[in-house]
Design a protein around this ligand. Structure first.
Ligand SMILES: CC(C)(COP(=O)(O)OP(=O)(O)OC[C@H]1O[C@@H](n2cnc3c(N)ncnc32)[C@H](O)[C@@H]1OP(=O)(O)O)[C@@H](O)C(=O)NCCC(=O)NCCS
Length: 221
């Protein structure tokens, strides 16, 4: 049975999968949120603009920068974790067919400043649909100027627009700055699917932020 908006109204799992399928068809998820998020002035008065692309839509220079900034920021965390660092594995993740990349550029000189790789996915449970943030990377010279917070707020707005239930992400326990940023500054909490909530030993946490029902209603009517 299909409802007026084309979303299958069967079980919760079917509904979640249908919402994800709709979201994955979107050419540009940013078109579904308030256009004001596309430009952004950081704490130092620098103006930036935001774009959203699939991997194949990015030019070679941007693809290279995404891999380089990820390696620069994350390699040491991966190396001190049980995963180890594997650049080709990371590239495979970034190229995934459902991967989206929010890219931030400086308006002043067009330089790349930050990016977030996200996907529309089922969350900890089949019945939950979420925006999963696979990557959030800010250039060292632009950290602590509000760019990371802005990108996470945009991911939340995308989740609202596509009727996802949560924003989710994975963070290493040893990445204390990121852990503080998510849990203290952005009020993310440990998801019930996180290893620490399932009596499992791991060196990372899965964090989440619920999309509030009132916002869902406001934005989908
Ligand atoms: C973690 C990261 C994404 C945060 O992005 P950012 O743009 O630097 O953070 P913001 O400027 O938006 O900070 C928002 C708030 O987070 C907290 N915060 C951010 N960086 C912090 C730091 N180095 N020390 C203490 N608090 C910090 C602060 O409360 C800050 O608010 P304030 O500046 O008004 O005090 C960024 O530092 C980064 O790219 N780090 C390296 C890669 C990484 O670890 N990514 C996350 C992987 S899961």
């Amino acid at each position: 049975m299909t409802s007026k908006n084309g979303i299958n109204s069967g079980g919760k799992g079917c509904r979640a999968k249908a919402l994800i399928a709709v979201a994955n068809q979107s050419d540009d998820p940013l078109l579904q949120v308030n256009p004001s998020v596309r430009t952004f002035v950081d704490h130092n008065g620098r103006q930036h603009r935001l774009e959203c692309h699939r991997w194949d839509q990015l030019d070679a220079e941007t693809q290279q920068w995404i891999q380089d900034v990820t390696e620069h920021n994350m390699k040491s965390f991966y190396e001190s974790s049980s995963c180890g660092w594997n650049r080709s594995q990371k590239e495979k993740e970034l190229r995934h067919s459902t991967a989206r990349h929010l890219v931030v550029r400086s308006e002043e000189d067009n330089r790349l400043v930050a990016f977030s790789h996200f996907r529309f996915e089922t969350g900890g449970q089949e019945s939950e649909c979420c925006v999963y943030c696979y990557e959030l990377q800010v250039e060292a010279s632009h950290q602590r100027s509000g760019v990371g917070r802005h990108l996470m707020e945009v991911l939340y707005e995308i989740a609202v627009a596509f009727r996802m239930r949560k924003v989710m992400l994975t963070v290493f326990d040893c990445n204390s700055i990121a852990m503080h940023f998510y849990t203290h500054s952005l009020k993310y909490r440990i998801d019930r699917s996180s290893p620490s909530r399932c009596q499992m030993t791991a060196d990372y946490q899965i964090l989440c932020h619920n999309v509030t029902q009132s916002k869902l209603i406001t934005n989908t009517n």
